[in-house]
Design a protein around this ligand. Structure first.
Ligand SMILES: Nc1ncnc2c1ncn2[C@@H]1O[C@H](COP(=O)(O)OP(=O)(O)O)[C@@H](O)[C@H]1O
Ligand SMILES: [Mg+2]
Length: 358
């Protein structure tokens, strides 16, 4: 395939010289020669060229203006000056402005290698851009997949919790009542105390199953989050954490009746749980301070512990799925997650998400 050249040149002989030189080196050329600004603009807007060669000064146009136009309209097409004379300073100036090279007509033998290098570089650049574009696209796809999985998971947890609560919870309560009544009747009617005692023990078993079912539902998705809101859920979770771990957990909520929509509440609550899990597993902390704060246009959740501090190289460890998950959750709400840790001073996790203006 011929090389499509747009050549800005007023001298016919010079234009031929350029074509012959390239063809002499085995580069087949299809040259469009232009001399004026109008023709140049029409040519680049209308045609697809592989390369632009340009003289420096022409009667009605000039190479620097051409370069300027080309940078704006077709920055991917390499631009080489082919000119009678050009001082070193000017040559450097043109390179700074985006020309790939300059070839003097007196040294025209260099033209073919200059053109080949320019084309090679342009194709490498476009490959790089393509690869970067594909990478960005797959990155975006992964992020939206992560967001989708998070919300699907949350929805599933809510449904399972509801099913268990409605189906098992009611059946167990009915069973408990029946067993209690039967135990009572046995004791009264037949005086069969042994069996009645055994049945009472069964009632205790059912009771502990009811407690376990409630706990499982709450672990799947605490009802408090849906009924009493984010602030109450955070306080409740902090209390549970303190009971379980023995680590003091102080919560500040400001304003007290803070509200967030359902997705934001879920995101912040899950970040809080994950952060507390990390405190328990890794920090050796004795105290956690958490703050949920609503400002005019964002909500901030901060969890600070006084433990060993998270090492900075772990922020980006590929298998730190806890931290990555927190970051992705914040991202789902167009927010961000900041991790601060210094050895000996503890770790602070801060999630900030934009909220509707008050
Ligand atoms: N509060 C914390 N204090 C100290 N180190 C922490 C804390 N939170 C996280 N880390 C460190 O960061 C690492 C990554 O955390 P995470 O992504 O949640 O993964 P995981 O908890 O599964 O190890 C942890 O293994 C731990 O070394
Ligand atoms: Mg973790």
């Amino acid at each position: 395939m011929s090389l499509r050249i747009l050549h800005i040149e007023d001298d016919k002989l010079d234009a031929e010289l350029v074509k012959e030189t390239l063809e002499g080196e085995g580069i087949a050329c299809d040259v469009s020669q232009v001399m004026s600004r109008n023709d140049f603009v029409t040519a680049i807007d209308g045609g697809s060229f592989d390369i632009i060669l340009s003289d420096f000064s022409l009667p009605d146009f000039d190479g620097l203006s051409a370069l300027d136009i080309a940078r704006k309209r077709c920055p991917d097409i390499p631009f080489i000056f082919v000119t009678g004379k050009m001082g070193e300073e000017l040559a450097i100036e043109t390179l700074k402005k985006g020309a790939i090279d300059y070839v003097l007509k007196t040294g025209i033998a260099r033209l073919a290698s200059s053109v080949q290098r320019a084309l090679r570089e342009a194709s490498e650049r476009s490959e790089r851009m393509k690869a970067a574009g594909e990478l960005k696209k797959s990155h975006e796809q992964l992020r939206s997949l992560a967001a989708h999985l998070q919300s699907a998971r949350e929805e599933e947890r809510t449904n399972i919790a509801r099913e268990i609560h409605d189906e098992l919870g009611q059946a167990l309560t009915a069973l408990k009542i029946d067993l209690s009544l039967m135990a009572e009747r046995l004791r009264k009617d037949n005086g069969n105390f042994a069996v009645a005692e055994q049945m009472k023990a069964e009632v205790d078993v059912v009771n502990s199953i009811i407690v376990a079912v409630k706990r499982i539902c709450t672990e799947l998705r605490p009802a408090i989050l849906d009924y009493l809101g984010l602030g109450a859920a955070i306080e409740w979770q902090a209390g549970e954490f303190q009971k379980k771990s023995g680590i003091e957990c102080e919560v500040t909520i400001n304003p007290e009746n803070i509200t967030a929509d359902k997705d934001q509440s879920t995101v912040l609550f899950r970040i809080f749980q994950e952060a507390l899990t990390n405190v328990l597993r890794h920090s050796k902390a004795t105290k956690v301070r958490a703050a949920l704060i609503r400002q005019a246009n964002f909500i901030m959740l901060e969890i600070a512990d006084n433990g060993v501090g998270i090492p900075e190289d772990l922020f980006i460890k590929t298998n730190s799925f806890g931290l990555l998950g927190m970051r992705e959750r914040a991202y789902i709400c167009n927010g961000e997650l900041r991790i601060n840790g210094s050895p000996g001073k503890g770790t602070t996790i801060t999630a900030i998400i934009p909220a509707d203006t008050l």
